[in-house]
Design a protein around this ligand. Sequence first.
Ligand SMILES: [Zn+2]
Length: 341
Amino acid sequence: MIPDWVREAKKAVGHDVETLKGRLPLLEYLRRQNWTSRRAGRFEYVGLCPLHKESRPSFYVNTRKDVFYCHGCGQGGDLIRFVQLSRQASFRQSLAYLDPPIHREADWTALLKQAAEFYQQQLDRYPEALEYLRQRGLHDPALIRELCIGYAPGGVLRHQLTTQGHSFSVLREAGLINTQGTDALYQRIVFPLRQSEQIVNLYGRSIGTAFAHRFLPGGKGGLYAWEKVRHCPQVILVEGLFDYAVLRQAGFSNVTCSLGTHLNADQFRQLCDGPHTIYIVFDDDINQSGQQAAAQLAHRLAAQGIPACRVLLPEGHDPNSFFVGGGDARQFQSLLEAAQL
Ligand SMILES: [Zn+2]
């Protein structure tokens, strides 16, 4: 008679299981669990059985076949079988336990893509969202579509994605749903953040009184839309996505955004990659933190041989408010030209 676990294993996605086992041999897994053994043959190791109590080693691992057998308790099988027995887990639970995050990223990418598409569909249905974009000076429908800008009204994403077959726990892990089971992004304009074309995170800008900026857990990726500008001889760097959007709308195609004034290592490396001059246009805020960060960044870039300069906006402005307040492309261009290396 075929044991249950064999039947279950055969039913499961055979290919993925083999890939997983290829990546993580049983002996390697056992050693990571602090199993100690001695060599017992060309392809054989023996040690105390992790599955039952014993004082003399009777647990054998065959590295050629990548299986184990215990002469004490009579259990045997492959890596997944071992995890099932040692963690008292089902076959699928064991697979999920062994499947490292690198493999799950594929699922998350699909999930974030669906979430972003759903938010994008919501934008036109909520006048308050369109009104907010208008207030921030963003009105070009083609650009709004190109950037895949959406709206998270809150309270609808969970139902949408579970209907599409995503489990509650996956939504939780991806940070789309919080521990109370409600949507993490609530009344926020949403920008998908990409890396090599794939969505890696979502940025949500509150249109209400909630904390202004929000990201899902995990990295933000590199510089926003870097692929578009990496070969430009002059690159304009801004700190916010609404700064980015209005500059694009005003006709500046050589813009990128660092999503804050503190660049991560990837973002800094990107700026250093290639011969271009960086025009840093951070906020001119009251406490001068944006300007200090800009000065430090210019200094760090110069040390790497990358010419960089600070662009000074009228007092109290950021690029977004500059355009919202009536500034135009020609005026902004003269600010760029006035910037000192
Ligand atoms: Zn045993």
